[in-house]
Write a protein that binds this ligand. Structure first.
Ligand SMILES: Cc1ncc(COP(=O)(O)O)c(C=O)c1O
Length: 484
């Protein structure tokens, strides 16, 4: 139904499809339809929404349903209710447009959120102990302008730790502390650009943020396809790229592990072409099924920039990442980091150094890895018993599964239905270089899985994938957030 508000000064020509025969779901349909209008930019920042009475009249639905839908979208941050001026699209809501189905919404159940460790597992006591002790001990020199390369205490602790657990060959002088892998990609990209690089290979699919970061450095990202053995290294040779960004231990989002043959092939390509491999080792601490694969860096230290992060193993709120660079590139990165934000703050670095030195990081990993493995097993068990048609992938490591959708199921429909049913689930589309060309899949995180409700939560997810909305409630998929 096209709303007909041309003469009222409100957003006009809204295409809101509401199926009134599904009376229990009208509100969810209306929310979905309005969200879609905002995500597609047809309702831009500041646009005024029709008064609830007008919209209810036009759509022939109860006014209370419109009031509830508006309130939910206000709670999600899409809309704002301005005293005396009605309801408008919030200025910041336009940023949601880059994700056709953003993960906002405090009311969504977060059990399947991807990429986040369980905040309940954050080792608060041990972190506090480490933080308190460094604050008590550190000399006046620590309370000044920080070193752009990062604290030597942390670089020393990390170089031992990384040599032991990831086979990294580098000294503390080659390590640099950054604000997470995201910043590492930015500073490596800027430093490469300064050296004249123009094109960087990226996995396809890859973490969408990384593609944006590469572009923001003035570099052209060149997508290289990923299959079950990881990135298809032979295809890199078809392009003239100066560097290749890759997550060999657990490609994101597909979860593919780079096969031994391809690891060798990738290193051979980099050495032959004097190119750089940017190794994203974001979740290597959580490898479940095999003995940990060493990082690529150990195979070719002169050609690999290795990036690790505290974001999965501890928590992304810390904003601490580490990069080990070949000797020839270290000063470039220190310069780029300084230009970016001067340096990481000191006390968190000292606390992490102490945390590692005291064995607390190793203890933490020993404690949480079996718990995440148990969550992964539980999720796999439920998914495969409740929906034998699903073939989850990427289970060897990390905190999420990649679940390709069976033929004929549209990703955006499954995601919209899951979210309308209150589940925070993400699709794979935005991680492909061309979202329309990628095969449909959902990403199901288990970092925050709730063991006591997993059966019910998976039932809702499976129902959404099958296009039936809330488990047991037989209705067609929503129109609200369907694929373009
Ligand atoms: C593939 C991948 N790499 C790296 C990161 C970590 O980023 P950061 O260290 O900036 O938090 C993430 C986080 O979600 C990720 O998914």
């Amino acid at each position: 139904l096209h709303t007909n508000s041309l003469d009222t000064g409100f957003a006009t020509g809204l295409l809101l499809r509401i199926d009134r025969s599904q009376s229990r779901r009208v509100r969810a349909q209306l929310e979905g339809a309005l969200r879609e209008e905002m995500q597609r930019g047809r309702l831009g920042p500041g646009a005024k929404l029709p008064p609830t009475r007008t919209l209810a009249h036009e759509l022939q639905i109860a006014r209370s349903v419109v009031v509830e839908a508006y309130s939910q979208l206000v709670a999600e941050g899409y809309l704002e209710a301005v005293q005396g001026a009605g309801t408008r699209v919030r200025a910041a809501a336009s940023t949601a447009a880059s994700d056709p189905c953003p993960l906002t919404g405090p009311s969504l159940n977060a059990v399947f959120t991807t990429g986040l460790p369980d905040p309940a597992y954050f080792p608060r006591k041990e972190w506090l102990r480490a933080y308190r002790s460094v604050l008590e001990d550190c000399g006046p020199e620590a309370l000044g302008l920080p070193d752009p390369q990062g604290r030597i205490e942390l670089r020393t602790a990390l170089s031992d730790h990384l040599a032991r657990v990831r086979g990294i060959k580098s000294s503390s002088a080659q390590l640099l502390i950054c604000n997470g892998i995201s910043q590492i990609i930015t500073i490596v990209g800027r430093a490469l650009r300064t050296r004249g690089a123009t094109r960087v290979g990226i996995e396809d699919p890859c973490f969408a943020t990384h593609r944006r970061l590469i572009t923001s450095c003035g570099l052209q990202p060149v997508p290289i396809p990923v299959d079950g053995d990881g990135v298809m290294v032979a295809r890199i040779r078809e392009h003239r790229v100066d560097a290749m960004l890759v997550a060999p231990a657990h490609s994101y989002p597909s979860g593919a592990v780079l096969s031994p043959a391809r690891r060798r092939e990738l290193v051979a390509w980099a050495t032959e072409h004097d190119a750089l491999i940017i190794e994203d080792d974001y979740d290597a601490e959580f490898r479940f099924d095999r003995t940990p694969l060493e990082a690529l860096q150990g195979l070719a230290p002169a050609n690999v920039v290795y990036a690790g992060s505290a974001s999965k193993v501890l928590n992304p709120c810390l904003r601490i990442g580490w990069v080990s660079a070949p000797k020839w590139f270290v000063q470039d990165l220190i310069g780029a980091k300084f230009v970016e934000d001067v340096a990481n703050e000191t006390l968190g670095q000292l606390a992490l150094a102490r945390f590692i030195e005291k064995g607390a990081l190793a203890r933490h990993i020993r404690r949480v890895r079996p718990r995440y493995r148990a969550r992964r097993d539980r999720l796999l068990e439920e998914l495969t018993t409740q929906a034998s048609e699903l073939r989850p992938q990427g289970a060897a490591a990390g905190l999420h599964l990649f679940v390709p959708l069976p033929e004929g199921i549209r990703e955006a429909d499954a995601i919209a239905t899951a979210r309308a049913d209150g589940l925070r689930v993400e699709g794979a589309a935005r991680h492909w270089a061309d979202p329309k060309a990628g095969s449909p899949a959902v990403l199901v995180g288990y970092g925050m899985l709730n063991e006591s409700s997993v059966e019910r939560d998976v039932r809702s997810l499976v129902a959404a994938i099958r296009g039936r909305g809330r488990a047991g409630f037989d209705s067609p998929p929503l129109n609200g957030c369907s694929a373009a």
